[in-house]
Design a protein around this ligand. Structure first.
Ligand SMILES: Nc1nc2c(ncn2[C@@H]2O[C@H](COP(=O)(O)OP(=O)(O)O)[C@@H](O)[C@H]2O)c(=O)[nH]1
Ligand SMILES: [Mg+2]
Length: 317
């Protein structure tokens, strides 16, 4: 599907640093717009390979606060940062998305920062693809880092470990003990553990529980996740967090891991683009008059569903 003149203009504007254009392209990625593959093809050769940090944990753990403070850390070093906050809250309550904006507002005037909150409801059914595309858009916008904030409570739609290079799992004492963390599958995906709200009772206990689980668990990799205590609201421990993310990044680069992750991602991207296109083409064919007639025959019981399906498949394949 070739791009329209307007779409080409939009992409070129974004590549020149136009934030409004970037925002509009993000919206296209969220809505799984059919032009997205063409748009990404156009930007591909000029895109940065942004380093992706996933920040996951229960609602209210302090993920947005940590993200906000991490942005400041990276900005101090002159690094450009994009954020994707995937929020499961309904578009009707919308409270926490507004909250993210408020919490990260000090970066609103900074050209080296872009923050995008998406309701995961609006993104469902292609969430991982949408987020991957948004990361690519950030790459084209020359972002050094992309932080993806997601709620991790077991059954999230987004598999953050497939998307992030470094996964930071944020826990708080009130959200339960280390055993519950294991049950929620967070033990497996964490590259760095953060026990936030260290100012509250139970934080140190939780941190040592996690440390002891880590020490008896044998990790395949040489990297063993560190467990950090932070008080994000007062910026305590965030420099340490940044250093550990960087240490993990160095670790990935020092082994084959980084290349493996990126190769795997490329193959997944490739196959999902193909699947998505086939899906789209087939869905279009399913709306044809010929197919509608067969639907009618099935509805009126003139043919059974099996025969109907066979006829449809013959027609569209
Ligand atoms: N006491 C305390 N409160 C914190 C800390 N970090 C964040 N908060 C507060 O916890 C609430 C939820 O934080 P938020 O970053 O929105 O959590 P998220 O839902 O995980 O993104 C906010 O009111 C924050 O100000 C902390 O270290 N200590
Ligand atoms: Mg948040």
């Amino acid at each position: 599907m070739p791009l329209t003149k307007d779409e080409i203009k939009l992409v070129d504007k974004m590549l020149k640093g136009d934030r409004v254009a970037l925002g509009r392209l993000m919206t296209l990625a969220e809505s799984r717009h059919r032009s997205l593959p063409g748009i990404l093809e156009r930007i591909n050769s000029s895109a940065y390979d942004s380093y992706v940090i996933g920040i996951t944990g229960p609602p209210g753990a302090g993920k947005s606060t940590i993200t906000d403070k991490l942005i400041t850390q990276y900005r101090t070093q002159g690094k450009r940062v994009g954020v994707i906050a995937v929020d499961p809250s309904s578009p009707f309550s919308g409270g926490s998305i507004l909250g993210d904006r408020v919490r990260m507002h000090e970066h609103a005037m900074d050209d080296g920062v872009f923050i995008r909150s998406s309701s995961s409801r609006g993104l469902s059914g292609g969430l991982a693809r949408s987020v991957s595309e948004m990361i690519k858009l950030y790459g084209a916008f020359a972002m050094d880092y992309v932080i993806v904030e997601t709620v991790g409570v077991g059954q999230t739609e987004l598999q953050i470990m497939d998307i992030a290079d470094t996964v930071v799992v944020v826990l708080v004492p009130e959200a339960g003990d280390a055993v519950q963390t294991m049950k929620a599958g967070l033990m497996e995906i964490a590259d760095v553990f953060v026990v936030n709200k260290a100012d509250r009772d139970g934080a140190k206990v939780l941190a040592s529980e996690i440390k002891s689980i880590i020490s008896i668990k044998s990790y395949k990799d040489l990297w063993e996740p560190p467990v950090l205590l932070t008080s994000a609201h007062v910026n305590e421990g965030i420099d340490d967090l940044k250093n550990q993310v960087e240490a993990h990044k160095d670790y990935l680069h020092s082994t084959e891991r980084f290349k493996e992750i990126r190769d795997k991602r490329k193959v997944e991207e490739f196959s999902s683009i193909i699947k998505e296109n086939i899906d789209r083409e087939l869905s279009k064919k399913l709306e044809s008059e010929e197919v509608k007639k067969i639907y009618e025959l099935v509805r009126s019981a003139e043919i059974d569903p099996y025969e109907g399906a066979r006829r449809v498949i013959q027609k569209i394949m």
